[in-house]
Design a protein around this ligand. Sequence first.
Ligand code: 5CA
Length: 442
Amino acid sequence: MRLSNYFLPVLKETPADATIASHRFMLRAGMVKQDSAGIYIWLPLGFKVLKKIEHIVREEQNKAGAVEMLMPTIQSANHWKETGRYDAYGPEMLRIKDRGDRELLYGPTNEDMITDMFRSYVRSYKDLPQNLYHIQWKFRDERRPRFGVMRGREFLMKDAYSFDIDADAAKLTYYRQFVAYLNTYARLGLKAVPMRADTGPIGGELSHEFLILAETGESEVFCHKDLVDMPAPGHFETKDELEAVFNERTSLYAATDEKHDADEFAKVPADKQLSARGIEVGHIFYFGDKYSEPMKAQVTGADGKNVNVMMGSYGVGVSRLVGGIIESSHDENGIIWPKSVAPFGAGIINLKSGDTEADAACEDIYQKLSAAGIDPLYDDKDDRGGQKFARMDLIGLPYQLVIGPRGLKEGIIEVKIRATGEKKNLSPADALNFIISEFEGV
Ligand code: 5CA
């Protein structure tokens, strides 16, 4: 992409109401624009990152055996009346009436709708297990939308819903999602810690929130320090393997404030006790027949008797993750994208647009990086060098190639690694190879 063709409305000034780094940088880097409280326009740069996160979440869901579908944003109130949640959900739910005075709502979550869908097709234990997910916009009329996309009113969520024959089978599904979540966050460059959590309006007894530690996080958390740096588990299939990962990660203390047990926490060695703040980037639930019982979502078991299907749901805050990743990866100059979600792989800065040699060298490397699938952003604009550097640091692409007439005379261009600030003077061919090799396996 050539910057002269792109839409990147970078702001010089920090917007006054943006109090945390991710919010500030998302506004300044032209990633989002607030349209009304908690509702954002996703500008091209922000949209690109959102789609990359979505893609990784999708791949890991598919690997874990979940099947993608799409439910509508607007739901009939009838499903919610049947489960008793229409009244229970409260003012966070945006209630709508159509022209025929029928009650509708903008979905804050989809348990009720999917349980209704499921019961109309599935009859037998032979059709189980099933785990269906979608990646869809939600609306919650939050009392205090804040921190930009972190606590929005309209936000993008991946939500999966599982159906099993009994509690044991459902717990295995829960473990499988638990492991998939650990792998997902690791691919996003995050250290997310699963913690015992309150189930709130979704319900059930068993649930884990996945939190990334950040001073600006909204949740208060307590955990064993060793959980923070545990590597991604990798992919597993068997019950024993999945259960082993689950047990390993849950044997150490980790809880959000609502589930915190000071006596249990005191048993953690003092030098391993971590009390911190965190950003909730996902939440998984096992709630058995909370929805299948009132909705009579039953299948016939092997013994010929009808039983309620046992369910769980599994949410990832896709749009919140854009802010969460920035919160955990930035410096005073701007964002530092992990390679896996960077909106462009590398930025090319032409220090003298209009100079025949500089233009030709930039153009050549731009073509070659594009052909190699690096998806570069070429700053071909006619701005001052300082302005180009600041803009490139702000938008946080992992690599910068700085190309100007002076270096070219010596046969070199400068490669800057955004995360460390390290600079290398390389021939254009070596610079190209270096960047391509850095993206191997990403
Ligand atoms: N149906 C269940 C799981 S599929 C559910 O709705 N869970 S949830 O309420 O915990 O939301 C799932 C994830 O969505 C949260 O972990 C959080 O990362 C994200 N999320 C929730 N509310 C907001 C919000 N107002 N703005 C941005 N992200 C949000």
